[in-house]
Design a protein around this ligand. Structure first.
Ligand code: B12
Length: 264
């Protein structure tokens, strides 16, 4: 189990646990602890010797020394992509690592269905979509579609959940209207494109619209997900929860039950 990971319940941000082994580590390249790392980046400059020198200079300023430009490839006439391999002297202090941990218990599909049927006594209604111009539906489909993800069935598989998957490029007004129409208990939104912070702006616009359209006690639970979200930003974005890369449907179903269905 890696530092900070947990199989049970815990709350929010936490720091890594001591394992009894060294709490200080360095990157591994050719030999343990040699500090070697590999980074890649693109510079707005045509590919020639000077460009490679520019890449080495940037890497040194980033603390990579010695810095070897091991790969350089022209990306059109005016850009070059680089891979740099070299040594950093920084240490990783495992006891100071901060991670965002799951703060609800993981339930099986059967447990989810039983809890919803017994306590809610009606289907729990979920509306999902990709909003804005984002057409990356694979992530939200992984959570919602019956075929699921990582060996787990999606939310459509759960008898106790009523799933409305609106698909790609749904506008915020459309999403708000759909959530009202089906009396959604939870709205699940996916944002994959992060260019110019589109995922953050779109999410903030969406949460503002929900706050305006619904009284506080009738507003659906708002969940966003995508591979490049910082899971600790929920308050800043006005959402109830953020799920990042590798999320499984079971985690989402368990979260919904923990927030929307009373304990027995
Ligand atoms: C497939 C793909 C496409 C397909 C999308 C098809 C489809 N129907 O989804 C197509 C070809 C259409 C496409 C188009 C574009 N793409 Co594209 N695409 C990808 C690619 C290769 C894979 C994404 C994917 O499917 N991942 C698999 C899923 C399962 O993972 P996931 O999305 O992370 O979802 C998981 C979690 O994040 C989480 N999750 C996600 N959403 C949600 C929501 C909730 C509520 C919850 C709880 C959890 C959750 O759960 C999921 C399961 O664990 C990525 C690169 C990559 N390797 O990631 C680029 C990538 C996302 N695309 C990119 C770009 C730039 C584009 C285009 C702009 C390209 C162009 N110039 O036209 C267009 C934009 C189209 C648009 N309008 O959105 C960039 C985004 C860069 C950035 N900084 O934003 C990427 C990263 C590629 C890159 N390295 O440049 N793309």
């Amino acid at each position: 189990m890696s530092a900070g990971m947990s199989t049970g319940m815990s709350t929010g941000m936490s720091t890594g646990m001591s394992t009894g082994r060294s709490n200080v580590i360095r990157p591994y390249g050719d030999a343990t602890g040699d500090g070697m790392v590999q980074v890649s980046f693109t510079l707005p400059i045509a590919h020639d010797k000077r460009a490679e020198g520019a890449a080495a200079q940037l890497a040194k300023k980033m603390g990579i020394d010695p810095a070897l430009v091991v790969h350089a490839k022209a990306m059109g006439p005016d850009f070059t992509f680089f891979v740099v391999y070299g040594r950093v002297n920084h240490l990783v202090e495992l006891d100071k690592v901060q991670v965002f941990e799951r703060d609800f218990p993981l339930l099986t599909a059967k447990e989810v269905n039983t809890r919803v049927r017994k306590q809610l006594r009606r289907p729990l209604v979920v509306v999902g979509a990709c909003i804005g111009t984002d057409a990356h539906t694979v992530g939200i489909d992984a959570i919602l579609n019956i075929k699921g993800f990582a060996g787990e069935k999606g939310l459509e598989y759960y008898d106790s959940l009523e799933v409305h998957n609106l698909g790609a490029q749904v506008s915020v007004p459309e999403l708000v209207a759909a959530a009202g129409e089906v009396r959604a208990d939870a709205v699940l939104v996916s944002q994959v494109v992060t260019q110019r912070d589109a995922h953050l702006h779109n999410t903030q616009e969406m949460t503002a619209a929900f706050r305006e359209a619904f009284p506080r006690d009738r507003r659906p639970l708002i969940v966003v997900g995508g591979p490049r979200f910082d899971e600790s930003m929920a308050d800043e974005l006005g959402v109830d929860r953020i799920f990042g890369k590798g999320t499984t449907p079971g985690e989402v179903a368990s979260y919904l039950v923990s927030r929307l269905v009373k304990e027995e």
